[in-house]
Design a protein around this ligand. Sequence first.
Ligand code: XMP
Length: 326
Amino acid sequence: MENNKRPENMERITTTALAEKFIEEQVTELRGQIGNKKVLLALSGGVDSSVVAALLIKAIGKQLVCVHVNHGLLRKGEPEQVVEVFRNQMDANLIYVDAIDRFLDKLAGVSDPETKRKIIGKEFIEVFADEAKKLDGIEFLAQGTIYPDILESDGVKAHHNVGGLPEDLQFELVEPVKLLYKDEVRVVGKTLGLPDEMVYRQPFPGPGLGVRCTGAITRDRLEALRESDAILREEFAAAGLEGKVWQYFTVVPDYKSTGIKDNKRTFEWPAIIRAVNSIDATSASIEEIPYALLGKITNRILAEVPGINRVLYDLSPKPVATIEWE
Ligand code: XMP
């Protein structure tokens, strides 16, 4: 890849004014590069692909075709938000692909974490390629590569990795934020009018909830995970912890224990709360959640989420534990 080095004198984008200047320059450059051709983008709803989408919508409008693949492993409300923001508010050309059954059928009975990751990655490329084949006249592929991706790897990030597209589907790459750091991407996204929940959201792994529904994923346990995670996020937001804690989520392991509900014995899963602080994910410390908040979250999960009869709080830093459970 050429032009992959950030110039030493490049000013850090910290203000709206600087972001506006960057956006203006990029819009001109993108229009020059793309002309009247079409661009394809896998839009996950994460910060980077969302900012790239917003930039391209500004530059070329409906010449951008966004494909949002719902693999069934997204958090509660995420696919709806992508449709609302990009199709309804920004009037984007958005193809929504409901691939939930396709992914969950392929993952059924698979318990090895790395095999699960491989299946999710491979299936994602296949679903995306299937959609790309249906489209005519696409010449460019946009990607939300950011500068740390270039510094850390060969410039292709795991969760956006559509670089593995088949031979007959090779496009010229468009990577408008590839020289920006994450904080700069956020300022650009905010300036482009993206909602705060999208711009300031916590890191979310490419395989999504798949690595938090440990072992072989089942639909009922995945649903318990999605609901308990939504309660945790809602309560963190209400307590003002959103944006303060680096990453927080629940895990629902493939393990049951006994409980008692309405005078009957139950045999159900635990939900595990994970809330960590980190700078670059290589190490992580535990956020000290106020006890009353932990109690509130616990009571809500036990009352509202079918299949859960116990709530635990993971106190393990990284190292020795990793952030995710798989
Ligand atoms: P661990 O669990 O290794 O996670 O401490 C460190 C950070 O990486 C995220 N993570 C992933 N991100 N694909 C991704 O895009 C993955 O397969 C993956 N596994 C872990 C994790 O959420 C944390 O922020």
